[in-house]
Design a protein around this ligand. Sequence first.
Ligand code: OGA
Ligand code: NI
Length: 368
Amino acid sequence: MDLKVENGCIKEDKGLGWGKSLPVQSVQEIVRNGYQSVPERYIQEIKDRPSSISSESLQASLQIPIIDFSLLAKGDEHETRKLDLACKEWGFFQIRNHGVQVKILQKMKAAMAAFFELPLMEKKKYAMGANDLEGYGQAYVVSEEQKLDWCDLVALKTHPLEQRNLNFWPLNLPGFKEAVEEYSIEVQKVAEEINANLSILMGMERDGLKRYQGELKQLMRMNYYPPCSSPDLVVGVSPHSDGGSLTVLLQDDDIIGLQIKHKGGWIPVKPIPNALVVNIGDAIEIMSNGVYKSIEHRAITNEKKARISAATFAHVDDELEIGPLDSMVDDPHRPPMYKKIKYIDYIRQVLARKMDGKAHTDLVKIQT
Ligand code: OGA
Ligand code: NI
């Protein structure tokens, strides 16, 4: 167990036990201090640099499914079929009429903006510990050589309540805790309803996934992408798939940043004001035996404006084993495509490597 001494008080670092990330400089601070050119460690290899958004990709963006959550919650068959197709073909969709009040979304956005506006010294009080990924810092930094993302973040465990570690919460920032708490409750409802619908689609009762996954644990990753003078040289977050069950993303209404891999190309997810973006994570891909796709995605930066997002990950209970669900396996027509693995072993393996597209699910794929 590590002990951190900060501002004269000792902070106990309990550790997520999920992995660690090497400390690196705040990107927001690089920008605040002014820079002549983008520092070398952030300049991506040519093959990894984002090209500017083409009109074709913007056109394809319009095909990303938009689901009316209120219909889904009523059990509307047409909407349920849309969800099925969205998870099979895109792995990503946007939801409208999700029932989360606009006021709650706005408060959440304002709380994140206020946190990142704090002076560095203040934010550092909530810095990630040496053995942890919770707190303020950067994730997935595993070597001194790797290229870095143009992003700062703060990650907080938000649900269940006993997993919260308030040492990482800026409690003296007015309204922050309340905004995160309110948003957390609402996002949990959204994730549970989507899981209930997926359970039915996967041939189970509404509570099928819940029984299998245990109570969903919620981790919020609040991302701050500072503006970058050369957005074509850097990435905000490198290509990756999300390890968990589902992710709900609250993104900026005006700035395009998120891009998803579709048919070999990068397609932007154009923000719809007050909608939420949902994507399937690796755990559901594995449980659905590959029917639902955990799609590779990344974020690009903006030349003029900072972009803030909140990715809320629903995680399976650490100790549970994940593998293809019985209802999704039909040997010999559809044999199991993934090995069974304890969730925590999967997540540790994901977090121990630099984000690298879909390399993680490949590790548990049964080679045929
Ligand atoms: C993430 C993520 C995308 C975004 O945090 O996992 O993919 O647009 N974020 O911030
Ligand atoms: Ni992601």
